[in-house]
Design a binder for this molecule. Structure first.
Ligand code: ATP
Ligand code: FE2
Length: 330
């Protein structure tokens, strides 16, 4: 079965084409474009205009890269939420138009669930605890009672958002995660930062303010980045370990853009090894927002019998992970 997916929850618009290879995800095409704000944070309307401008070209390119005819695709999937309203509506409109013109079924996908499913589909893990770390989201998710439940999450901002805000404050370009990772490698001195954990939840805004103050006081940027990474990633590793013990699972999976970070990977991997658990992370290009994860999750949903009429395909800015009826894992 072939599926095409359109991602457009925030700054990235992406199109993916995948094939079901005996339960594993085979990627046939993966194309995307990222909106870079001229100044400051993401402007939802401008990001949506960016997506609208690039979608026709990206869809065409995806078919070429996959080397399939549009009519061969059996389902058209799109990111239904959570995300920024104008961006979601743009991706959904493109998906509806494509599905209707091809006469193929349409399916709306939860973006957070897609970050998890692409890990299961490409890394070979079965029933993991997912540490989902991106710009807007920070959640610890596991399957329980037919749903993906959120066992822990950020009480304020997403970890990627924390890194991006700090980066912008220190004059780095957006998104700042990769630059902070490079600078942190040259860090030598650890400066004390607030470490906020409540049960399996985390919070980062206090740490962000403290890090900005260190920078203002002249602490080397390398040391600020190093200290922030060590503190934030230790907190995330700790809550992930707590969730693994709580739900009794012995696989851990990373997902979301921040999962590209090598220091975070090594901390979570060490934790897993010490517990006798297995560690998994998808390819970098599948950690960040992408159309492939939407195509793959749409394929799983369609195969399990999920059907959606165009009238039901409205987007949901606050689409929660645990709202999805996970029929494909019964
Ligand atoms: P979501 O809609 O799931 O919240 P998102 O819109 O934030 O996702 P992603 O592509 O999943 O998009 O993640 C982007 C985030 O990942 C940015 O905040 C960016 O700084 C961060 N990031 C990317 N690479 C790295 C890295 N190497 N180290 C740390 N953070 C990174
Ligand atoms: Fe994402």
């Amino acid at each position: 079965m072939l599926s095409l997916g359109i991602e457009g929850t925030a700054h990235t618009v992406g199109v993916g084409v995948v094939e079901d290879d005996d339960g594993r995800c085979r990627v046939l095409a993966k194309v995307s474009r990222m909106y870079h704000p001229v100044k400051g944070g993401i402007h939802p309307r401008e990001a949506a205009n960016h997506h609208a401008e690039h979608l026709p070209g990206l869809i065409k390119k995806a078919f070429e890269e996959a080397d399939v005819e549009p009519g061969e695709v059996e389902v058209v999937a799109f990111s239904q939420g959570p995300g920024l309203g104008p961006c979601l509506r743009t991706a959904a409109t493109a998906a509806r138009a494509l599905a209707l013109s091809l006469g193929k079924p349409l399916v709306g996908v939860n973006h957070c669930v897609a970050h998890l499913e692409i890990g299961r589909g490409t890394t070979g893990c079965g029933d993991p605890v997912l540490l989902y770390v991106s710009g807007g989201n920070t959640q610890v998710i596991a399957f329980a009672n037919h749903r993906y439940r959120v066992f822990g999450e950020t009480l304020d901002i997403g970890v990627g958002n924390c890194l991006d805000k700090l980066g912008r404050y220190m004059g780095l370009s957006f998104p700042s995660g990769p630059a902070i990772e490079r600078l942190a490698r040259k860090g030598e001195t650890y400066v004390d930062l607030p470490y906020t954990i409540k049960g399996m939840d985390v919070a980062f805004s206090g740490l962000l303010t403290a890090a900005q103050q260190y920078y203002d006081k002249g602490v080397r940027i390398e040391d600020v980045c190093y200290s922030v990474q060590e503190t934030v990633f230790a907190a995330l590793t700790e809550v992930t370990e707590r969730a693994m013990a709580h739900v009794g699972k012995d696989e851990v999976l990373l997902g979301g853009g921040v999962a590209c970070n090598r220091r975070l990977r090594s901390m979570v991997k060490t934790m897993a090894e010490e517990r006798g658990a297995s560690f998994f992370v998808p390819d970098d290009s599948l950690c960040v927002d992408n159309g492939v994860m939407i195509a793959w999750t749409g394929l799983l949903m369609h195969k399990s019998g999920v059907r959606m009429r165009v009238e039901e395909s409205f987007v949901d800015q606050r689409f929660r992970t645990d709202m999805v009826d996970v029929r494909w894992r019964r």
